[in-house]
Design a protein around this ligand. Sequence first.
Ligand SMILES: CCCCCCCC/C=C\CCC/C=C/C(=O)SCCNC(=O)CCNC(=O)[C@H](O)C(C)(C)COP(=O)(O)OP(=O)(O)OC[C@H]1O[C@@H](n2cnc3c(N)ncnc32)[C@H](O)[C@@H]1OP(=O)(O)O
Ligand SMILES: Cc1cc2nc3c(=O)[nH]c(=O)nc-3n(C[C@H](O)[C@H](O)[C@H](O)COP(=O)(O)OP(=O)(O)OC[C@H]3O[C@@H](n4cnc5c(N)ncnc54)[C@H](O)[C@@H]3O)c2cc1C
Length: 625
Amino acid sequence: MLTKREELFGGTPDEYLSHKEKYENSTRKAVILFSLLRKIQEENNTDLTNYRNLLSGVLGASISQDGSPFGLHYIMFMPVFMSQADEEQQERWLHRALNCSIIGSYAQTELGHGTFIRGLETTATYDPSTQEFVLHSPTLTSYKWWPGGLGNTANYCIVIAQLYSKGECHGIHSFIVQVRDEDTHMPLPGIKVGEIGVKMGLNAVNNGFIGFENVRIPRTNMLMKHAKILEDGTYVKSKNSKLIYGAMVFVRVVIVFDSVNYLAKAITVATRYSAVRRQSQLKEGEPERQILDYVTQQDKILTAIAGCFAMKMNARMLWDTFNVINDQLHKGNMERLGELHALACCLKAISTSDSSLFTARCRVSCGGHGYMVSSTLPATSALTTASCTYEGDNTVLLLQTARFLLKTWRQIDTGPLTPTVEYLKTVSAPGFSYKWENSIEGIIRGFQIVSMKKISSCLNLMTAKVMSGMSQADAWNTISIQLVSAGESHCRAIVISTFHEDMSKAMRSMSASLAEVMGQLVELYAVYWTLERLGDLLEYTSISGADVVKLRSWYEELLRKIRPNAVGLVDAFDIIDELLQSTLGAYDGRVYERLMEEALKSPLNAEPVNQSFHKYLKPFMQGKL
Ligand SMILES: CCCCCCCC/C=C\CCC/C=C/C(=O)SCCNC(=O)CCNC(=O)[C@H](O)C(C)(C)COP(=O)(O)OP(=O)(O)OC[C@H]1O[C@@H](n2cnc3c(N)ncnc32)[C@H](O)[C@@H]1OP(=O)(O)O
Ligand SMILES: Cc1cc2nc3c(=O)[nH]c(=O)nc-3n(C[C@H](O)[C@H](O)[C@H](O)COP(=O)(O)OP(=O)(O)OC[C@H]3O[C@@H](n4cnc5c(N)ncnc54)[C@H](O)[C@@H]3O)c2cc1C
């Protein structure tokens, strides 16, 4: 009789399963795991604020690097319900979703549209005679495409469609739709649903497609916490049309935490492997050195560790900011919605692009063995690159942040600014002067000045182009590279300052030795990004060549200081081997034995001579083919 642990972590490695077997195996594991989580959930009431704890359990427990067919149920279906469904609808469905007696997905993206959601083609037309909506996919491009779990798993999904009533289009709204029979799991009439095929990664998420042929759903299946359709078809609009976007903000907040978790796995593997792997002699006649002793290896890995700690603290800040503003939204105060959206956009974009960049570096830092699937680095790389796209393409999200920053800059003199942008007032105040200094505070100030000057420059460029006769939209597109750069600079200034401030607070309750190491990580992160963004700093601040020489020495000194604590820092992530699932990163350091053990599991090692020898090779080698 297998133990739960053996059931979850034993059996044929996923990499040797077919696409279909991988899905079936993931579903088998998911029901084991989420039965345990369901028990935990039943003891707690659930609203959006305490929901993230459950979600971090779900994400942390998602034991496959290929994701889980239940992912979207937890990550989007339920949060959207909590933020978009009215009380009666939550009463009717949320408990069933929480105890997994229904499994949901979130169907927004279509074959033809992902970013431009106002261009979605799926329609929901209200029929007052029957008090129903008619859901329809008018074109192939209107088919929903990508929703996780929709292929074979979910029996309900939230569909985002253009709402029509009394001949008028009211834009996109959310609807809950049953897609499969709860007993037979057969697709319901008028519904064409399936799985989209093999992807670069996340191949257990069961991403699907769905098309509707005049499918009728009750009026009360429109999620009506904000906007409503009355029985006679009268449309009652939301207090704020942007509230429909609320769930995307929540998921972006979750994804920042996710990106930290994925990066933590990758750097745990790369750091431990770099301590085990010996290669080349630093000095003739000496034993081969741990590759972690090479400064170029430290440059790849220690900066990733610092980045992981930095983003973890920013994820917490974002979550706290989300809760504060979400409470205000519930009380009808929309004042900071735009700021929250801009912050969630840029932190989602920067956390996922950093995580993708550093994970790829971890992969190459492990040489050939880092290219083995059994190292788990290829899967983590595939995962982190996906996160640069899902829940909003990073470029598009940074443009959203830039849109907010330009709006803020236009109003800079009309009154106080909200917390995440008040630095713009400080560094642009009359009489403010700043001379570059090689210190954490000096670096933060430098990044804030770069951000402010980029925003100001973008607005001036826009104004000049529009004055020259260019349309607003063309002017925006023409300078969009600089707009993205302004969004990134704003975010980097926030990440460094938050890391410094929050870590400084945390260090007060640490031992002196631990505080010293944490302080080194903050400095390493700040100095690394200063060297990475030298062009901006040379353009907008008084940093000099001499400052740069000193910065480089400071950087190399920090690598030297942090090296002895590298393994301890990643051990502190405390990721158990079963979740790490890596031949290179296992706690016991038996890298070579594990590589061989995993290789022997390959079906191609089941017999000494593969059948292709007799069928193909032998006749070929004998000239008979
Ligand atoms: C069990 C374990 C499982 C583990 C599995 C691995 C983990 C996986 C983790 C997560 C899985 C994720 C699954 C993925 C799900 C999805 O991808 S769902 C689909 C997501 N799609 C998007 O994000 C679409 C992106 N596009 C947009 O958001 C918008 O189209 C837009 C880019 C913002 C542009 O829209 P629009 O043209 O309408 O907007 P603008 O004209 O630019 O601005 C209009 C005003 O609206 C404000 N706005 C826009 N968005 C929001 C928002 N989200 N919140 C608040 N306000 C918003 C914008 O600021 C403008 O306001 P203004 O006029 O005042 O300036
Ligand atoms: C693994 C994965 C899981 C997903 N899960 C779901 C899910 O469960 N539910 C769901 O609804 N969706 C899901 N998606 C879809 C995802 O939300 C979209 O892929 C994403 O929103 C990007 O849209 P798109 O793919 O249409 O790319 P596009 O929007 O076509 O972007 C392609 C390129 O065009 C550029 N571009 C687009 N618009 C602009 C603009 N205005 N300005 C400048 N450049 C622009 C982008 O920067 C990008 O470089 C998932 C996607 C992935 C990869």
